[in-house]
Design a protein around this ligand. Structure first.
Ligand SMILES: [Ca+2]
Ligand SMILES: [Ca+2]
Length: 272
């Protein structure tokens, strides 16, 4: 990014001060939690449950038709029986399908997918874990896609019950789609039950917190978003966008102190 302009230095200083004085001590505001929000209703809380087949990327996403049929509180394509699919998603993670057709299941590659549609958008930190739920098999590959692009991937060995954690700082335009996909790894589905979860938290200490639309500029569309939040004032207001992104100093309210920070960024226009 271009950082040659003096006014941008002022903005950076102001934002750095925010980070030191306020943001680091403020409570992070949760936007979504894959475990706490999990339900038997597609789209509830912005979450969807499904799989990829054929087109192994977000454009191939299909929703699961069944809840509670494979096992209690589990999304799936079929019952847990010969002639069905191994593919499922539960509250913790899921299971893909592969070409072994183990135990009489249909031999086809499915990546099991949990999807979050972030209607409001904004700066977020996404954290979670990926690990095996059974110590056997050839392992899985976890993949995270944001608006169609893969942003994170990790191979987990078959016996790895510890796995890895991840943390991604993202600026997500309104309506962004995040997918957490479990790939059976080389099409081999044996023992692929895995944990793959996620929590989204508002990140008001992001490099360009005034850019609510995440297009790299703080301009009129961001001003409109700020104005809406300023009129609502209280971050606890039910109408406030999740995470209260316009609360630039993280004190729980969108007021004149935030406007001062926003105006600096608006004057600079281009994100640092
Ligand atoms: Ca913008
Ligand atoms: Ca504030």
């Amino acid at each position: 990014m271009n950082t040659g302009c003096g006014c941008q230095s002022v903005v950076r200083s102001a934002l750095a001060a925010c980070a030191i004085l306020f943001c680091s001590s403020a409570n992070a505001t949760a936007i979504a939690d894959s475990q706490a929000d999990y339900s038997g209703v597609q789209g509830q809380g912005g979450w969807y449950y499904g799989f990829y087949e054929g087109t192994l990327n977000p454009s191939g996403f299909q929703q699961f038709p069944l809840f509670g049929t494979f096992a209690p509180n589990v999304w799936s394509r079929s019952a847990n029986a010969p002639g069905g699919y191994w593919t499922f998603i539960n509250n913790m993670g899921g299971h893909p399908s592969g070409i072994q057709g183990a135990s009489g299941r249909i031999a086809v590659i499915n990546w099991a997918v949990r999807r979050f549609v972030f209607a409001a958008g904004g700066n977020v930190v996404v954290t979670g874990q990926l690990k095996k739920a059974q110590a056997c098999g050839s392992g899985v590959i976890g993949r995270i896609f944001v608006n169609g692009a893969e942003v994170w991937t990790q191979t987990i060995q078959g016996n790895d019950l510890v796995g890895v954690t991840y943390s991604l700082q993202l600026c997500l335009p309104p309506g962004s789609i995040i997918d957490w996909a479990i790939d059976p790894r080389n099409g081999e589905e044996t023992c692929d039950s895995s944990v793959f979860d996620a929590t989204l938290v508002a990140d008001n200490s992001a490099p360009c917190p005034g850019d609510f639309t995440c297009d790299g500029e703080v301009d009129d569309d961001d001003f409109a978003a700020f104005d809406l939040a300023y009129n609502l004032f209280d971050c606890a207001d039910a109408a406030m966008p999740p995470g209260c992104p316009a609360d630039l100093n993280n004190d729980g309210f969108v007021d004149d102190a935030d406007f001062v920070l926003f105006a600096l960024a608006y004057d600079a226009l281009i994100c640092p």
